[in-house]
Design a protein around this ligand. Structure first.
Ligand SMILES: [Zn+2]
Length: 151
């Protein structure tokens, strides 16, 4: 059975993790706060950046007009939509490192919310910039979930 046909294990996740998928990477000392000086904290309402985990069949709606094809995560304005399929399974080039892929996707999408654009790869073997579209491939770079470590 293909990956897209597998049942997502979301009901087995502890509820707080489903509601707050981005807290860990954003509060980590290796995250955006170390690069930008921004501070992050989880709030119930009135957030500057909103984030939620969405099943693949509904990721397009909050991301309109940006297509997700039910496959990727996106940032639309100040809203970060994490695709539950990617959250659950990651991508092949992060095999065995699902935690790092989750860190990457949170840091990448929040990087957009902070005004960042996609970056090209530096040199082969170098750590991939977090703003490289690592979901699609590493382009010869080493996987890297953290911002500011590619220099
Ligand atoms: Zn992007």
């Amino acid at each position: 059975m293909s990956q897209s046909g597998r049942r997502l294990p979301l009901p087995a996740l502890p509820r707080p993790r489903v509601r707050s998928p981005g807290c860990g990477p954003l509060l980590d000392a290796r995250g955006w706060s170390s690069v930008t000086g921004h501070t992050f904290r989880q709030v119930g309402a009135g957030s500057t950046i909103g984030m939620f985990l969405a099943s693949p069949d509904i990721t397009d709606a909050p991301c309109t007009p940006l297509p997700t094809r039910g496959e990727v995560s996106r940032r639309n304005g100040a809203l970060v939509v994490i695709n539950a399929r990617r959250w659950a399974f990651g991508v092949p080039h992060y095999k065995g490192r699902l935690v790092d892929y989750r860190r990457y996707v949170i840091n990448h999408e929040v990087g957009h919310a902070l005004g960042g654009s996609h970056e090209a790869r530096p040199s082969p073997g170098s750590p991939a910039p977090v703003m490289l579209q690592q979901t699609y491939g590493l382009d010869g770079c080493a996987r890297n979930p953290w911002p500011g470590t590619e220099e």
